[in-house]
Design a protein around this ligand. Sequence first.
Ligand SMILES: NC(=O)c1ccc[n+]([C@@H]2O[C@H](COP(=O)([O-])OP(=O)(O)OC[C@H]3O[C@@H](n4cnc5c(N)ncnc54)[C@H](O)[C@@H]3O)[C@@H](O)[C@H]2O)c1
Length: 352
Amino acid sequence: MQEHEGNITRRRLLAKGGMIVGGMAASSSLLGQSSSGQQSSGQQSSTLASAQSLTNAQTWPGQAFGNGLLSGKVAVITGAARGIGRAIAVDMAANGADIVGLDICSKILPVQEYAVTTRQDLDQTGQLVQKHGRKFMPVVGDVRDMTFLRSTADKVEQQFGHIDIVVANAATQLYKPLLEMEDWEWTDVINNNLNGTANTLRAFGPRLVKRGQGRIIVLASMQGKHGSKNMASYSASKWGIIGLMKSAALELGKSKVTVNALIPGLVDTPLTHNESRWSTLIGEIEATDNPPKNPTEQQAAQARAPHVPLKVPWLKPEDLAPAAVFLASDLAAMVTGACYDVTGGDDANNLS
Ligand SMILES: NC(=O)c1ccc[n+]([C@@H]2O[C@H](COP(=O)([O-])OP(=O)(O)OC[C@H]3O[C@@H](n4cnc5c(N)ncnc54)[C@H](O)[C@@H]3O)[C@@H](O)[C@H]2O)c1
């Protein structure tokens, strides 16, 4: 590692380390509620505790970019309880939007090897939104359930009168070589991520079309632009989401509804804040099939930062939110069918 790169990496690690260690003790009781019975080894549960404390600590206050860029708008955001969905909710509220925050707030797959989202997480998002004087409607449910989504669309229209913005953000992932996957490990990830995103568009899209205006943002990934070892179901779901987004943009343009994809690089959220993800990324960087199984966060950060053009190991959720606010605003009226990369430059290695 060059000296300059190392300095930047160390500065970020020192800043992060304080936050994570500081939040850990406070989070142990929450961890017991949310992930009971899933992890037995001390090291795994300390990673889970660290991920849960990350959720509690990710309290980005939001940032206004102009005078009420989203004033009077109503945004429905799936997966809003934490991570990127939370940061988008708070930034949209800071820019004038009322928020409907939808999340499953429980285990997504039969086995989930990272911290499970709780109802308290969703309430914390609500508090951050309400600090901006905006309304927050929490909705607990599953984007795989069309009946639930359609009835939510009815309830949102009854409460707010209209829907302007839909952010299809909810997703999950798991790590397994393709040929070793159980059937559910393939189908459940595709069902949750790709079908769940399509369901969200199919349930809320008609409300935007009816009004002849609206913004849809889907969350894809860099892994939806290239393959990923041991994450084939996730990668395939994200490639599918880009195809879905482009098809929907072609169909909904005549109704003045735009459809775009936000492409995050690696972002530090409970989804990725775990040893499996860190191990996979070290394996990719070192081109080895045998990366360390239980690397620390610091090992992963030091391995990765030198390879990212902006020399950070990963992004924060709030790094993504400004692009979502822009895409949801009137400023983006002529942007549709597009992928917006917010990756610290990581995506410069890809073709498109
Ligand atoms: N974190 C990253 O590095 C990264 C990188 C690229 C793309 N993304 C994408 O960004 C989005 C947000 O990811 P994150 O990192 O904030 O993850 P996260 O796990 O912190 O948050 C995702 C939220 O979605 C919810 N959710 C998942 N499935 C659901 C379902 N069926 N119904 C309702 N809610 C559901 C979860 O409960 C969770 O609260 C995802 O689409 C993810 O694939 C993340």
